[in-house]
Design a protein around this ligand. Structure first.
Ligand code: PDD
Length: 276
């Protein structure tokens, strides 16, 4: 079963038109949400961001957030999902191909669940990252279906055997292709401020809350590639990666090439929060 607008239906029964604007223009927005032990992690924040993204591009959700929430719970129950993720998206729907918004549109909301274990091995050992230019548009705060910039960055990383691509605009570090980036220097935590250049990650919010609890000083300010190279520790955050240490950057070790103490402290706090 999958989610289709206001109902749960069999996947085989869903027909998406070839002129759906999500398919042709990437005209829509999405969310990825974690499930831990059958509980949806930070659903309210994800729903709020979903509505925000949709509003920013003038899509009216075809269901209320209450109904959506209800259906997401039903979907998890139906699949007896204990650990994994829910993906959902809304597009502006079908219309004969033409760039402006159609006069009448019927947004199409779909969603489905996937089982997946937490990436415990990489969280323990850390991952490799490369640096690449941020080629994305200037509304990265919208969780848009247009992911070509991110796809190309992530592919570049994959081709170099790395997990993530850290992006920069004219030497200012923004975020990963599918994650937010944090740097530790002199026990202080640095990350790019919210705004149009990064996605306001939900895991980013969680890490900022945990840092406050742990009395780790946080500086939400842009930093440069030079500063990135002088980091004591680096980690990325996302729904699928949680708190993920970066141990090499363009093939060179970050400090001694193992996950740092502040990163581990935040990882442990994150795990405690989700009950693992
Ligand atoms: N990516 N920045 C970008 C560009 C992202 O695509 C994501 C998430 C994040 C982290 O956001 P959050 O903590 O809310 O997951 C930051 C998702 C997981 C994806 O596209 O698969």
């Amino acid at each position: 079963m999958i989610l289709y607008n206001d109902r749960l239906v069999d996947r085989e029964d869903v027909r998406i038109d070839i002129e759906d604007r999500g398919y042709q223009f990437g005209d829509g927005v999405y969310e990825v949400v974690s499930i831990y032990e059958g509980e949806i992690f930070r659903l309210q924040e994800h729903l709020t961001r979903f509505e925000y993204s949709a509003n920013q591009i003038g899509i009216t959700l075809p269901v209320t957030l209450e109904k959506l929430q209800d259906n997401l719970h039903k979907l998890i129950e139906h699949h007896q999902l204990s650990n994994g993720q829910i993906y959902f998206q809304v597009t502006r729907g079908y219309a004969p191909r033409n760039h402006p918004f159609p006069e009448e549109s019927h947004p199409v909301l779909t969603g489905y669940v996937t089982r997946r274990p937490r990436p415990v091995e990489s969280m323990k050992n850390g991952v490799a990252a490369i640096i690449t230019e941020d080629l994305r548009w200037l509304r990265c705060d919208i969780k848009s279906l247009n992911l070509l910039g991110s796809v190309l960055a992530k592919q570049k990383a994959a081709e170099q055997g790395a997990f993530e691509a850290i992006q920069h605009r004219n030497g200012t570090v923004t975020e990963g292709s599918a994650s937010n980036l944090f740097m530790v220097r002199d026990n202080k935590l640095y990350t790019h401020p919210l705004g149009n250049l990064i996605l306001g990650g939900i895991s980013r919010i969680v890490v900022l809350e945990l840092a406050a609890k742990l009395n780790i000083e946080v500086i939400e300010a842009p930093f440069s590639l030079e500063e990135l190279h002088q980091a004591d520790e680096l980690f990325l955050t996302s729904t699928t990666s949680e708190v993920m240490p970066i141990v090499t950057l363009d093939g060179k070790p970050v400090k001694n090439g193992t996950p740092g103490a502040v990163t581990k402290q935040l990882q442990e706090a994150f795990s405690a929060l989700i009950g693992f």
